[in-house]
Design a protein around this ligand. Structure first.
Ligand code: COA
Ligand code: AMP
Length: 624
């Protein structure tokens, strides 16, 4: 049995030997000779000459190993009343036909396919079908508005967009097709085909020549085999919020990703093939990519696809019901989901109805796990709760409690230890490694382990400038925090303009661009303020141009609607306040950090560079 320290040391000292051994656990078509090399940009790449197919690993391989009858996917949809199970054999057959359907539309290796779908089995099939063909999928979360979809279509240039007629939220049906139509209309890039899964809850109008009906196409499609790809070929692009209005296309390769996914299931989550794994997230986020779709299937587990919410579908017992009904061993969700449950069922009374015999551990990520939520979940469920820290860019946990190796004592507020393969350092402004207890920029020493992004889609400069150039030799995470004397990592929050609303990563910079585009707005600042349920919520402070007056809040309402229309309901931009001026430095920089501290009622220090200290007093009075 390897200890955490042994695994950590060997991954740090001889990464090639360590990761070659992990790669040996997968069914490659051609096992790589080259384990770690550099590409034309000087970026470290894993397994460059290996060949494989991710959908083969996730499905076909298990069928050949005798798991064909085991359940691969459980679909549970309290919002529509549907439930379904797919065995590995059945899912492989369905995915092969969806791949055949895409091939029939001209999709080949390297082509992009945008997937804008709710949490239905076809979304998982679509992702795996792309992987089967060596095509690159880009899933866009359904809560994003047409403009966000358009931006992604324009950047990814997909041959096909796959969608559904609607999503079903709590007590409301959201038609998706009109949003896709608008996005395609607004985008400079036009996909050749838009394929629509028609759902009973609302049928879409297929009026364009490019529109196709999923089931009609599928009926005619022949199964398609797995296409071998190089380990460094992209599996997917997933757009995530950065500090500017334009999202970043995080690229994930096939080989490193598969190795990392497989390794994480045993080391971090401590599951074995056949166990039921449930990530209560959405396929539109990285958690959904890694832990609803790829990792559980590559590892031979049963995964749960849940189309519902932690509360109101129908009650705060929903999570416990699913864990109990499907014998879930590991549950993974965002702290905000548990805060929602706690709010509606503070004494955890629903838990009495669901013994959850098989549930061993609850994992959380997506935002900082606040100690009261940790304590509530632990004490009411009686299960250990693991906080682990990661981001879209890495695709798997940078730090956590590696239960498959060792169980560290929990320190509330800490994501515990760096995962083997990640050499985490906390750096000062000038790049010096900080002593224990000192806060700084959390960075990862290169090479990053397999699975992490090698570039930003068609914008390598943005990868270099956004992540690598600040501290040579390191990847900078964008998060700040510290390591304590025992080596525990505490992630305290973002150092940039990214905020986290209900576990969803959003850019305040992007919201500022949208608010600033309104004709009445002279300037604005959007900051993330603390919220009991969602962790953070955006708050807009707006200075109007001379001559504009907001009658009964008409301008504020227009701004809220603008962000909803352009970014999406998921932004939860529900508060805009008109102010006379914004506190700034003498060089004109808006003091966002101090504004946030004032809004959160925290102590703040008046910066020496401030232009006019009375602007802070004014703001403090207004936000009281
Ligand atoms: N398609 C369309 N609209 C969507 C959507 C989707 N897939 N997901 C969310 N929305 C809409 C919601 O309907 C809501 O619209 P409204 O303003 O008209 O009410 C808005 O976006 C905000 O949604 P949400 O953030 O989900 O808020 P909520 O109040 O409905 O629910 C929680 C709050 C905490 C229960 C919910 O956010 C949650 O379950 N969070 C878990 C987060 C998670 O899984 N994160 C992934 C990382 S692990
Ligand atoms: P995303 O890329 O959407 O997964 O968001 C990643 C960001 O969410 C990180 O950079 C952190 O700011 C935050 N985050 C994720 N997990 C944690 C965690 N366990 N603790 C603190 N912050 C987290």
């Amino acid at each position: 049995m390897v200890t955490y320290q042994q695994a950590f040391d060997s991954a740090a000292r001889s990464p090639e030997t360590f990761w070659k051994q992990q790669a040996g656990k997968l069914a490659w078509f051609t096992f790589p000779h080259t384990i770690l090399s550099k590409d034309e940009h000087g970026i470290e790449r894993w397994f460059a000459d290996g060949e494989l197919n991710t959908a083969y690993l996730a499905l076909d391989h298990h069928v050949t190993q005798g798991r064909g009858e085991q359940t691969a996917l459980i679909y549970d949809s309290p919002v529509t009343g549907k439930k379904a199970r797919y065995s590995y054999g059945a899912l492989r057959d369905q995915v092969a036909r969806v791949a055949g359907m895409l091939a029939g539309l001209g999709v080949t290796k390297g082509d992009r396919v945008v997937i804008y779908m709710p949490m239905i089995p076809e979304a998982v099939m679509a992702m795996l079908a792309c992987a089967r063909l060596g095509a690159i999928h880009s899933v866009v979360f359904g809560g994003f508005a047409p403009n966000e979809l358009a931006v992604r279509i324009e950047d990814a240039e997909p041959k096909v967009v796959l969608t559904a007629s609607c999503g079903v939220e709590v007590n409301k049906v959201i038609p998706y097709k009109p949003m896709v139509d608008k996005a395609v209309m607004d985008s400079r890039w036009k996909p050749e085909h838009v394929v629509v899964v028609q759902r009973r809850e609302c049928l879409a109008d297929l009026h364009h020549e490019r529109d196709k009906d999923w089931s009609a196409l599928l009926q005619k499609a022949a199964p398609h085999d797995c296409v071998p790809v190089r380990a460094t070929d992209p599996l997917y692009i997933l757009y995530t919020s950065g500090t500017t209005g334009k999202p970043k296309g995080v690229v994930r390769d096939n080989g490193g990703h598969a190795v990392a996914m497989h390794y994480s299931m045993s080391t971090i989550y401590n599951v074995t093939p056949g166990d039921v794994f449930w990530a209560a997230s959405d396929v539109g986020w990285v958690v959904g990519h890694s832990y609803i779709v790829y990792a559980p299937l590559i590892y031979g587990c049963t995964t749960v696809l849940y189309e519902g919410k932690p509360v109101k579908t129908p009650d705060p017992g929903a999570f416990w019901r699913v864990c109990d009904e499907y014998k879930v061993k590991v549950l993974f969700s965002a702290p905000t989901a548990f805060r929602a449950i706690k709010k509606e069922d503070p004494n955890g009374e629903q838990l009495a109805h669901y013994p959850m015999d098989k549930l061993t551990t609850i994992f959380m990520a997506g935002e900082r796990l606040d100690p009261p939520t940790l304590e509530w979940v632990q004490s009411h469920t009686g299960r250990p709760v693991v906080d682990h820290w990661w981001q879209t860019e890495t695709g798997w946990a940078i730090a956590g409690n590696p239960l498959g190796l060792e169980r560290f004592a929990v320190k509330p507020g800490s994501a515990t230890m760096p995962t083997p393969g990640y050499q985490v350092a906390v750096l000062s402004e000038t790049g010096e490694v900080q002593p224990p207890g000192e806060q700084g920029y959390i960075a990862i020493k290169r090479p990053l382990p397999p699975g992490c992004l090698p570039t930003v889609w068609r914008n390598h400069d943005r990868f270099e400038s956004g992540y690598l150039s600040q501290f040579p030799g390191y990847y900078v995470s964008g998060d700040g925090g510290y390591v304590d004397e025992d080596g525990y990592l505490f992630v305290m929050g973002r150092m940039d303009d990214v905020i986290n609303v209900a576990g969803h990563r959003l850019s305040t910079g992007e919201m500022e661009e949208i608010v600033g585009s309104h004709e009445a707005v002279a300037e604005c600042a959007v900051i993330g303020v603390h919220d009991e349920l969602k962790g953070q919520l955006p708050l807009g402070l707006v200075v109007l141009k001379d001559g504009y007056v907001s009658d009964n809040g008409s301008i504020e309402r227009a701004l809220l609607q603008l962000v909803r229309d352009q970014l999406g309901a998921v932004a939860c931009f529900k508060q805009a306040i008109i102010v006379d001026r914004l506190p700034k430095t003498r060089s004109g920089k808006i003091l966002r950090r101090v504004i946030r501290q004032i809004a959160d009622g925290e102590q703040y220090v008046v910066p020496s560079t401030i232009d006019d200290p009375s602007s802070l007093d004014e703001l403090a009075q207004l936000l009281e």
